[in-house]
Ligand binder design. Structure first.
Ligand code: UGA
Length: 471
C-alpha cells in the first residue's frame, strides 16, 4: 500500500479540480484551494461547477474525506508536501501565455512556506517557467533548500478528463532534484505500480495492473516543451487533415477514406485525423500561439505553427461558404444549428468553431435556432436570445421549418438523429455537416441534400445537382 502524500492543488478549474479528486481517488490527502469564494462554497456544499463525466461521482466519494476545499492558501500550503499550481494561463495580446496568476500564487506560497515543499507546475506554461518560479521564491528570500520546482504537465481532455488522469498514456515529470523526483514518483505510485487498478472500486480504462501507467522523468525544460509540443502536434494533425479535406473535395475524393488509409499506417495512427470545422477549446488555439511565441523568443521562426493556425481559421470560412453555396443568399434564411460546444461531451464554448460560424451567419442576416445537449446556458451568455438567435429544447425542435440544418458539434446525439422525423420537421431537407457525422449516400437515400467536409456533396432527388455557381 502506497503511503498517502499530503497534496495541495491551487485552482479548481478543469485541471485543478480533476487533479484534486483523482489524487484523492489514488488515496492521497488533498486540499484544493481557490480564491473564488462562491466556487469554493459550491464545492463544499456538494455542487459540481463543471460538466465532466465521472466528476460528480468522484466528488461525492471524496468530498470532506480525501479532498477538502478552501480559500486559505497559506494554511493549505503549510500542511502539504507537494503544491500543484493549476491556475489559468490565458493568452495575452502577443500570443504569449499570461503568467500573472501563476506569479501571484507563487508569491503567496513564498509567504507561507516554512518547511520543504515540492512546487509543481500543472498549468500549461512556457519553457523556463520553472526557472521564473524559482527566482520569485528567491526574491522573497526563501532558502533554495526549502523547495524544488517540478514540471508535471497535464494531458487530459475535457469530457474524458477523469479517465485520462487515472489511465494516462504517460505521466511526465520534469524534476531537477532526486528528492523532488522521488516524491512525484510516490504520488503516482498507485497507478504506475498498478495497485489502483486492482481495487474493486477503480474506474476502468486503458491501464491495468499488468499494464500500469508509465512515468517519464525529464528535465523541467523538457517537460514544459513536451506539453506545448504535444498540443501543437495534435493541432497540426487536425489542420493537416483539414487541408487534405479541401483538396479531396476539389477532386471528388473522400477525406474519410483518405484518413482511414493514412491512419492504418501505424507510424501515423488514425487519431486526430477527423476533418471538420477546425479545432477550438481553451487549449489548442492558445497553446499553438504560445508555443510559436516561445520559439520567437529564442530567435526561431517556427512558421509551421502559424500555418497550422491559418488553416484552422480558414476552415470556418470554408464551412460558411458551403452554407452560402447551398442557400445562395443568407438574409432572412432560417437555420438550425446543432451544437454550440467546441466538441462533444462538454459544455465548454471557449473558442468554439460553432459559435464563430453562428455569429457570422447572423451578421449575414440569417436567423439561427440552436440546440446543444449541454452548452446552451453558457452560449446564452455570449449570444443572448434575440430575434435572430433562438434556442430550442431538442434537435428536432431547432429544425422546425428551417431552410437548412447545420451540424456544428460532434455530439453522439447528432449522429443518431431520427432522420425521418428531421425530414418532416424541416422546410427544405438540406443538411450541412461540419463534423462528417453521416455517410453521404445514406443521407441521399433518406431524402436529404447533404454537404459535408472533404467529401462529395449529395443531392436530394427533387433538387437535383446544381451547377457550381459560387466558387
Ligand atoms: C486537448 C488535448 O487533447 C489534451 O491532451 C490536453 O491535455 C488539453 O488539450 C489541454 O491542453 O488541456 P481538449 O482541448 O479537451 O484537449 O480537446 P480535444 O479532444 O483535444 O479536441 C480539441 C479540438 O480539436 C476540438 O475542437 C475537437 O473538435 C477538434 N478535433 C479533434 C478535430 O477537429 N479533429 C480531430 O480529429 C480531433
Amino acid at each position: 500500500m502506497t503511503k498517502p502524500v499530503s497534496i495541495c492543488v491551487i485552482g479548481s478549474g478543469y485541471v485543478g479540480l480533476v487533479a484534486a479528486v483523482c489524487f484523492a481517488e489514488m488515496g492521497h490527502s488533498v486540499v484544493c484551494v481557490d480564491n473564488d469564494e462562491s466556487r469554493v462554497k459550491t464545492l463544499r456544499e456538494g455542487g459540481v461547477p463543471i460538466y465532466e463525466a465521472n466528476l460528480p461521482e468522484l466528488l461525492k466519494k471524496h468530498r470532506g474525506h480525501g479532498v477538502e476545499f478552501t480559500t486559505e492558501l497559506g494554511s493549505a500550503v503549510e500542511r502539504s508536501d507537494a503544491i500543484f499550481i493549476a491556475v489559468g494561463t490565458p493568452q495575452g495580446d502577443t500570443g504569449a501565455a499570461d503568467l500573472s496568476f501563476v506569479e501571484a500564487v507563487v508569491s503567496e506560497i513564498a509567504r507561507a512556506i516554512t518547511s520543504y515543499k515540492v512546487i509543481v507546475e500543472k498549468s500549461t506554461v512556457p519553457v523556463y517557467t520553472n526557472e521564473w518560479i524559482r527566482r520569485v521564491m528567491q526574491r522573497y528570500g526563501i532558502d533554495h533548500a526549502l523547495f524544488d520546482v517540478v514540471s508535471n504537465p497535464e494531458f487530459l481532455r475535457e469530457g474524458t478528463a477523469i479517465v485520462d488522469f487515472l489511465h494516462p498514456d504517460r505521466i511526465v515529470v520534469g524534476a531537477g532534484s532526486e528528492r523532488a523526483a522521488r516524491l512525484m514518483e510516490s504520488i503516482y505510485e498507485p497507478i504506475t505500480g498498478g495497485s489502483y487498478y486492482t481495487r474493486t472500486d477503480a474506474l476502468l480504462g486503458a491501464c491495468s495492473s499488468e499494464t500500469p501507467a508509465k512515468l517519464l522523468l525529464t528535465s523541467a525544460q523538457s517537460a514544459e516543451i513536451i506539453k506545448h509540443a504535444s498540443n501543437a502536434f495534435l493541432a497540426l494533425k487536425i489542420s493537416f487533415i483539414n487541408a487534405v479535406a479541401n483538396l479531396a473535395e476539389s477532386v471528388d475524393a473522400d477525406v474519410e477514406d483518405i484518413a482511414a488509409g493514412i491512419g492504418l499506417d501505424s507510424r501515423i495512427g488514425h487519431k486526430f485525423l477527423h476533418a471538420g470545422l477546425g479545432y477550438g477549446g481553451s487549449c489548442f488555439p492558445k497553446d499553438v500561439a504560445a508555443f510559436h511565441w516561445v520559439a520567437q523568443q529564442q530567435g526561431l521562426n517556427f512558421e509551421l505553427l502559424q500555418e497550422v493556425q491559418r488553416i484552422n481559421d480558414a476552415q470556418k470560412d470554408v464551412f460558411f461558404n458551403k452554407v452560402r453555396s447551398a442557400l445562395w443568399t443568407l438574409r432572412g434564411k432560417k437555420l438550425a444549428a446543432l451544437g454550440l460546444a467546441f466538441k462533444r461531451d462538454t459544455d465548454d464554448i471557449r473558442e468554439s468553431p460553432a459559435l464563430s460560424v453562428i455569429k457570422r451567419l447572423i451578421e449575414a442576416g440569417a436567423s439561427v435556432t440552436a440546440y446543444d445537449p449541454a452548452a446552451m446556458d453558457r452560449a446564452k451568455e455570449v449570444l443572448p436570445p434575440s430575434k435572430q438567435m433562438k434556442y430550442a429544447d431538442s434537435a428536432i425542435e431547432a429544425a422546425e421549418d428551417v431552410d437548412a440544418v447545420l451540424i456544428l458539434t460532434d455530439w453522439k446525439e447528432f449522429a443518431t438523429l431520427d432522420l425521418a422525423e428531421l425530414n418532416r420537421a424541416v422546410r427544405f431537407p438540406i443538411v450541412i455537416d461540419g463534423r462528417n457525422l453521416y455517410k453521404p449516400l445514406y443521407m441521399a437515400e433518406q431524402g436529404f441534400t447533404y454537404v459535408s467536409i472533404g467529401r462529395p456533396a449529395v443531392y436530394n432527388a427533387q433538387q437535383g445537382k446544381p451547377r457550381r455557381l459560387i466558387a
